[in-house]
Every structure is written in structure tokens, then in C-alpha cells.
Design a protein. Structure first.
Length: 247
């Protein structure tokens, strides 16, 4: 027995056409709802703008080769060097012995006591270093290493007004013949110390002490560094320039 047709059952061909239209509609670009774009703004870091926000207060000349550090302390990593006579942009910030500068677009630090508002004077014409025995005698050279003898002869040739030197004694590098004391208390000592700095490589100088400050070839980029008070003029090297050599 055949079941009666229901009034709401569409003909087979009509149902198939309806399904076809539905599938077509779903594939139509006009009917497709695009997903909103995903913002990636939080995934990308903005470029660093630190150097743009630095307030530059001016420029300073560098009076000796200086290490550029990432922080205002001697153990901070060194990221570069500025040579004597060059200029650096300063921000006006100070932290102890260090001044903030702008170096290669970033905030960095250098020793403030080797910055100047005026350009350093060029070195004078190079003169030969004296090597002949001193007119004042060679007694002080007894027991000294060759580099130390070279320093003695070079200084006495250039500064004949210095009459007294200290050589071998029982402490420190003096006991090894690697140290010389140049007895002077006037500002001439500053000139001698700076001259020895300039000729440290030729004479084998590794360390200078003068007026409670120390300079070493190992930390030449830090310039002259302050020393603790040792209690007397001699202990603080107010009356002599101390020179240590490599041998």
C-alpha cells in the first residue's frame, strides 16, 4: 500500500536545487564573513629611542685616550674608546668621577676629569731620548734593571735640574730594581710625569705615581686615578715621582 503524499514535502528536483543554491552561497565571496585581522602590535617591540630623548648640553674635548663604559664605575664593561683631541657630546649628568656622554647613539660614561672645554695642545716636536750616563753620576743605577736605567738617563738628560734620585731599597719594585724615585716637589714633577706617560712604551714604563694619584699602562684609558691618603708627603708622593718599569 502506497503512503499518501504530504503537502509540505517538496519535489525532489526542488530540494536538490535548494541545496545547490545553499552551497553556492557559502562559497560566494560576498557571503563569506572575513575574520577580523589579528593585531600583532603587542608582539613587535618599538625601536629604541633612548638616544632621541637625551638632552645634549654641549661638547667636550678629550684630553687623553678614554675608555667608554656602559655604567659610571670602573668595573663597568668597556664598549669603546675616544682618542685624545676628539669631542664627545655631554648630557650634563654626573655620577662621582664619571660624566654621561652620547656615544654611537647611546648613553655611556667616561671619566669626567679628562674632559675639557678647550682643545688639547698638540704634542711638541719629538726630541731624541737621552741614553748617555748622567752628569750627576751613575751610583743610583747600581742594581737597577735596564728599563729603569733607561728612565734615569732619559730624565736626567731632559731635566738636568733634578739632582737626586732613589733606586734600590728593600721594598716593593725598588727591591727588584724595577722602580726609580725622581725627587721633585714643584710642578715640574707634573711635567716629568706627563713626559714619561708620552714615552712609556719606549722606556718600558708600566706605572707612575705623583701627588697621590696613579697612572698605569694597563688602565691607561682611565687616566690618573686618586689614591688613598697614606699619611705623609713622601708616602703620598708629594715630593717625588715614582716610576715602575717592566724590567
Amino acid at each position: 500500500m502506497t503512503a499518501p503524499d504530504r503537502a509540505d514535502d517538496p519535489p525532489a528536483t526542488t530540494a536538490a536545487a535548494s541545496v545547490g543554491r545553499t552551497l553556492a552561497d557559502q562559497s560566494s565571496p560576498a557571503a563569506t564573513t572575513a575574520a577580523p585581522p589579528v593585531s600583532r602590535s603587542t608582539d613587535v617591540r618599538p625601536p629604541l629611542t633612548e638616544s632621541r630623548t637625551v638632552q645634549v648640553r654641549g661638547k667636550r674635548f678629550v684630553v687623553t685616550a678614554l675608555d667608554v663604559r656602559i655604567g659610571p664605575f670602573k668595573d663597568a664593561a668597556v664598549v669603546g674608546e675616544v682618542t685624545k683631541g676628539k669631542t664627545v657630546a655631554v648630557t650634563g649628568r654626573r655620577d662621582g668621577r664619571y660624566a654621561e656622554v652620547v656615544y654611537q647613539g647611546a648613553r655611556r660614561w667616561v671619566r669626567v676629569d679628562y674632559l675639557s672645554t678647550s682643545k688639547p695642545k698638540p704634542k711638541p716636536k719629538v726630541e731624541p731620548i737621552g741614553t748617555a750616563p748622567c752628569a750627576t753620576g751613575s751610583d743610583v743605577e747600581q742594581g737597577l734593571q735596564q728599563n729603569t736605567i733607561d728612565v734615569h738617563r732619559a730624565v736626567c738628560a731632559r731635566y738636568p735640574q733634578i739632582q737626586v734620585y732613589g733606586g734600590i731599597r728593600g721594598d716593593g719594585m725598588h727591591s727588584q730594581g724595577r722602580a726609580l724615585d725622581i725627587m721633585v716637589s714643584s710642578d715640574l714633577g707634573t711635567e716629568i710625569a706627563e713626559w714619561l706617560q708620552d714615552h712609556a712604551a719606549e722606556l718600558g714604563v708600566t706605572e707612575l705615581i705623583w701627588r697621590q694619584r696613579i697612572w698605569t699602562t694597563e688602565r691607561a684609558g682611565d687616566g690618573w686615578r686618586s689614591m688613598e691618603d697614606r699619611g705623609s708627603a713622601t708616602a703620598n708622593h708629594m715630593d717625588h715621582v715614582h716610576v715602575t718599569t717592566g724590567g
